[in-house]
Write a protein that binds this ligand. Structure first.
Ligand code: AHR
Length: 676
């Protein structure tokens, strides 16, 4: 396969998508229909369990794309805190007049390499010429968000080489009004950590940090860091609580991390290496973020990975939100859309060892080398990792060859770990077919499939797994999202049309819960000004975040998964778009409820009747939760974050037939209590 870029792939994929699904051209999808209303008369056998719903059925996919980690979930406010970016002063400003003169009247700063550098290679040397006036400014990731009255913890490493200097750390708003100030007096010429706590007197959406220097002298600076105190679980240097809460509210069955293409890297050297993301945060080696340069239309030259959110923190996050951790590792193939660099087979062993060591890091005893590191990081108990993914969007014989080596080594040492393999970037076509056939022949356990397609594709593929070979590998629908314009088009919107099409498709995933074990929308997070890829499940700025309509679809499915799949039919057939309606039914054994999910993808309200066969005694009351909008282009926004969000009400019906109507363009979740 010719080496190419993701942009080329996107174009090719767009042509493919348009070719197969002409409706994308008109961006049709749910539309007003004149219905042949024979009615929608369904039957549910309440006793006939088809399969258990896996606890992992609805999960989340996390990747540091769109400032998802640095600049997003990871609450650090200082960009380039240790002067390690390719341009070490990127993100830092000093007074304009100072830049071009070594002898400026206020001062001058230059990055310097440590004589014996480890992961932390640079520091900043600051010469303060005037008793007052010199300052450094950091504007964070598209500004810093400050909340009034919340403590912000600043820390920095410094040494005073000459003279005597006091630093004034200041939080400023957009108009340069000082919202908080604290002095730091330096002492001694050896490196020390200094801290200050700052409480802004007002809110600022695009604030900044100033370090003002008073007193002539020479100062070295490093690791300048600023975190809010109100992080998730108030963990020092932790995660943004509002974003984690949105994730926790999904009640995800698993957390896949750290991607995505970021796992693979544009080159092998730029692949994600988990071992470089654990241990002392200040010693984690910075890496360029692959999305820094990926899209010419959305360049992000200041996008790097500090790995402050590293593998330990991912495991911790997964546990916090009740999700099974699902790490994905490089299989020795760089992104095939970029360099497609391959590690030779005889040099694959270190990659395999990374996988084995990761299992030890997560689950091993504290007496094992990697288990000890986990324990040293504050976590003696194992993380109970059960899954590992090998490769992201790989395809072709080179992947299969490498995957086999991983599989053998992992199963020999850890037979109970379930391995996730991949079917490549597309849900069909030659490379997909090849991969699936090979993986099936090998009895692969779970295969990761990706679908970035037009809304129409999702409607038409709600039956995708109805005729899937039940002896084949289980399915991980690992990345999917309906694209309102075209794959990775910057004009894609998280509109109701896309969300509703995904909901229709998800009934198909759920109806096939005997083979579909894990599913996740992608990507997860996007900074409103720092994004590269749209659509995304959750959008945020420096202080706020909102769930898209797609988020609420995910939430409704995940919060109402049920424990067992039941069989709901119309004339003996699954409900996969007859009259534009899609439906599934599950049973929630814990809460003793029947759970129906009904998607009406048409523009007309429709009557539904569900006859309940079976021995279960159902009540005549239920709770109906509706997610709907009457405009298929409707979106949520910072101004109207819950414009499209679920509304619940009590409903009643008579006897053993549920009569109800489902509104135009709606997802309906009905929960009906039962007794055995
Ligand atoms: O979700 C964005 C990207 O889409 C992922 O990194 C990659 O796996 C897929 O191509």
């Amino acid at each position: 396969m010719k080496k190419t870029s993701i942009a080329t792939y996107l174009l090719a994929s767009l042509v493919l998508t348009l070719g197969c699904h002409e409706k994308l051209l008109s961006n049709s999808g749910p539309d007003t229909l004149t219905l042949p209303l024979k009615g929608n008369q369904y039957v549910l056998n309440t006793d006939q369990v088809v399969a258990p719903i896996q606890p992992t059925m609805y999960g989340i996919f996390f990747e540091d794309i769109n400032f998802g980690a640095d600049g997003g979930l990871y609450a650090e406010l200082v960009k380039n805190r240790s002067f390690e970016f390719a341009e070490p002063m990127m993100g830092w400003e000093q007074p304009a007049s100072d830049r071009f003169s070594m002898n400026d009247k206020s001062g001058f700063a230059v990055p310097v390499k440590y004589a014996d550098p480890g992961a932390n290679k640079n520091y900043l040397n600051v010469k303060v010429n005037a008793p007052a006036g010199y300052r450094l400014e950091n504007t964070g990731f598209r500004g810093m968000g400050f909340k009034q009255g919340v403590d912000y913890h600043l820390s920095l490493s410094a040494r005073q080489l000459e003279g005597g200097t006091t630093l004034y750390v200041e939080l400023l708003d957009e108009q340069n009004k000082v919202l908080a100030l604290a002095p730091i007096t330096l002492s001694g010429n050896s490196w020390k950590e200094y801290t200050a706590t700052l409480k802004p007197s007002a809110r600022a959406m695009k604030g900044k940090l100033h370090i003002r220097f008073e007193g002539k002298g020479v100062v070295d600076l490093d690791q300048v860091s600023l975190f809010p105190s109100d992080t998730w679980k108030n963990r020092p240097r932790g995660l943004r609580a509002d974003l984690v809460q949105l994730l926790a509210d999904l009640k995800p069955g698993f957390l896949r991390f750290p991607g995505g293409c970021i796992v693979e890297g544009r080159t092998l050297a730029q692949r994600y290496q988990w071992k470089k993301t654990v241990g002392d945060v200040d010693e984690r080696e910075l890496l360029i973020n692959r999305w820094n340069t990926e899209f010419a239309h959305r360049p992000a030259p200041d996008y790097f990975q500090t790995f402050g959110l590293g593998f330990f923190e991912y495991f911790q996050l997964a546990e916090d939100i009740g999700a099974t951790p699902l790490p994905i590792l490089s299989c020795g193939m760089a992104c095939q859309f970029n360099t497609a660099e391959l590690v030779p087979m005889e040099e694959l062993q270190p990659y395999v060892q990374d996988a084995l060591d990761l299992i030890e890091f997560a689950n091993g005893p504290v007496t094992s080398p990697w288990g000890k590191l986990r324990s040293d990081m504050g976590r003696p108990a194992p993380f109970n990792m059960k899954f590992i993914g090998i490769g992201n969007e790989q395809w072709g014989p080179e992947y299969i060859k490498r995957y086999k080596v991983f599989e053998k080594a992992i199963k020999e040492k850890y037979p109970d770990i379930v391995i996730v393999s991949g079917a490549g970037p597309f849900p069909d076509g030659e490379m997909f077919e090849y991969g699936m056939e090979e993986l099936k022949a090998m009895n692969a356990e779970i295969v990761d499939e990706h679908y970035y397609r037009a809304p129409q594709w999702f409607l038409e593929n709600a039956n995708r797994y109805d005729s899937y070979d039940r002896k084949g590998p289980k399915i991980f629908a690992g990345e999917y999202a309906a694209q309102s314009v075209a794959i990775a088009s910057p004009d894609n919107k998280n509109n109701w049309n896309c969300a509703l099409a995904e909901a229709a498709f998800m009934t198909g995933l759920e109806r096939n819960a005997d083979v579909v074990y894990l599913t996740s929308y992608a990507p997860l997070l996007a900074h409103a000004e720092g994004w590269q890829w749209t659509p995304d499940l959750i959008w945020f700025n420096n202080l706020e975040a909102y769930g898209t309509p797609n988020y609420y679809v995910q939430k409704l499915f995940a919060n109402n998964a049920g424990t067992h799949l039941l069989k709901i039919t119309e004339d003996g057939q699954p409900i996969i778009g007859q009259n534009g309606v899609y439906a599934t039914a599950t049973m929630d054994e814990k809460n003793k409820e029947l759970v129906f999910k009904i998607v009406n993808a048409t523009g007309a309200e429709q009557p539904i009747s569900i006859k309940l066969d079976g021995k279960k005694k159902t009540t005549t009351k239920g709770t109906l939760t509706v997610l709907a909008a009457n405009d298929k282009d409707a979106v949520n926004s910072f101004e109207n974050p819950q414009g499209i969000s679920p509304i619940s009400k009590e409903v009643g019906f008579k006897g053993k037939t549920i009569e109800m109507s489902v509104g135009a363009m709606s997802l309906n979740v009905l929960r009906v209590p039962y007794k055995n």
